[in-house]
Design a protein around this ligand. Structure first.
Ligand SMILES: [Cu+2]
Length: 354
């Protein structure tokens, strides 16, 4: 019996068609990838050095402190964290996270429905056409209608999936706009550093909060930190990651954000957080003995409160500030930024061909 031939041919046809569609769309994704992999020569320690220089001027920040009114958010502001017994992805607080979760849930439905239809067909064939119920089987070998249907339907389903899937892929590689706030995330064995090159070049060092202290304060143990990465809410953030020793990965599940921090390279991705709150993540690249103890805590604040926080940092300035306190650091940071800008420009043509 040659009945098995047609499904095989139909499947092969569908595969070839699908491969052709993918090939036609692939260059776009490849370009986007090339843009993110531009190598960078600027070293990460400069930001730290700049912060040191301004440490002397820390007295200046007392006035800012009084005027600023920055208060770290309490546990009632926790939004992104794992919960016991939970299934599926965490609730999302970034535009891209919401899109991606929608696609993920949609795909689950598509897969579920297809699996149920196939299961139902199998059961029907097993019961209805078993030897006892159907002693003399049909000798049919071809049925054009059914063959066209079982080729076209899967192709249409795959094309329908490909459109949102590829648009999500390109969105994830979108470059941050010019006015995005730059935060340079530096992985160390085993803690994180958050440098703010647009705001005076200070660097915040973030270590895990001791478990007892975190519990006492109502924060999740092994996720809370001593100094959070404080960012403005509803503002495009240019998150750049690098590392000082080995490869780390900066990952925050509730923001749909994960990017490797590689020594000697600068990776960059756009992040926008939609609501004020605290979002937890962890290093997600096995980086040594204390890999499990370098959590990430992002604190998203309204713009004015974030600016107040910036002014409490040694040498912290907000666009338009008189950078008296940070004058010395400003020079160092400017040199650093000029170097980075040159590198970014060198990388840009690759992105421009997109
Ligand atoms: Cu790590």
């Amino acid at each position: 019996m040659k009945f098995g031939d047609w499904p095989t041919r139909a499947a092969r046809f569908a595969t070839i068609l699908w491969a052709a569609i993918l090939l036609a769309l692939a260059p776009q994704a490849a370009h986007a990838q090339a843009a993110t992999e531009a190598p960078v020569a600027a070293e990460t320690v400069d930001a730290g050095a700049a912060a040191d220089v301004t440490a002397d001027a820390a007295g200046e920040t007392d006035a800012a402190d009084a005027a600023g009114g920055y208060e770290p958010l309490g546990p009632e502001w926790i939004k992104g964290q794992p919960t016991p017994g939970a299934l599926d992805v965490q609730e999302q607080y970034s535009p891209i996270g919401k899109t991606a979760t929608g696609l993920h849930v949609g795909l689950l439905w598509v897969m579920g429905v297809i699996s149920l239809i196939v299961l139902a067909l199998l059961i029907w064939v097993i019961v209805r056409y078993r030897r006892g119920a159907n002693p003399s089987p049909s000798k049919t070998t071809h049925n054009t209608t059914i063959e066209v249907v079982w080729t076209l339907v899967p192709v249409l389903i795959l094309v329908a999936i490909a459109i949102p899937s590829i648009s999500l892929l390109t969105k994830q590689y979108e470059s941050p706009p010019e006015d995005a706030v730059t935060i340079k995330v530096i992985g160390y064995q085993w803690y994180w550093g958050y440098a703010y090159p647009d705001n005076g070049g200070f660097e915040v060092i973030s270590n895990m909060m001791p478990e007892d202290e975190a519990r006492a304060k109502g924060f999740p143990a092994q996720l809370e930190v001593d100094n959070r990465m404080v960012v403005p809410v509803d503002t495009p953030l240019r998150i750049q990651t690098t590392a000082a020793d080995v490869i780390h990965a900066f990952a925050v599940p509730s923001l749909w954000f994960k990017i490797d921090a590689v020594p000697g390279r600068l990776n960059e991705r756009l992040l926008t957080i939609e609501e004020p709150g605290i979002y937890y993540g962890q290093c997600s690249e096995l980086c040594g003995a204390r890999h499990g103890y370098m959590p990430i805590a992002i604190e998203a604040l309204p713009r004015d409160q974030w600016e107040a926080w910036v002014r409490t940092q040694p040498g912290g300035t907000v666009g338009g500030d008189e950078p008296d306190a940070a004058a010395a650091a400003g020079d160092a940071a400017a040199t650093l930024e000029a170097g980075e800008a040159a590198d970014a420009e060198a990388a840009d043509p690759a992105a421009a061909t997109n």
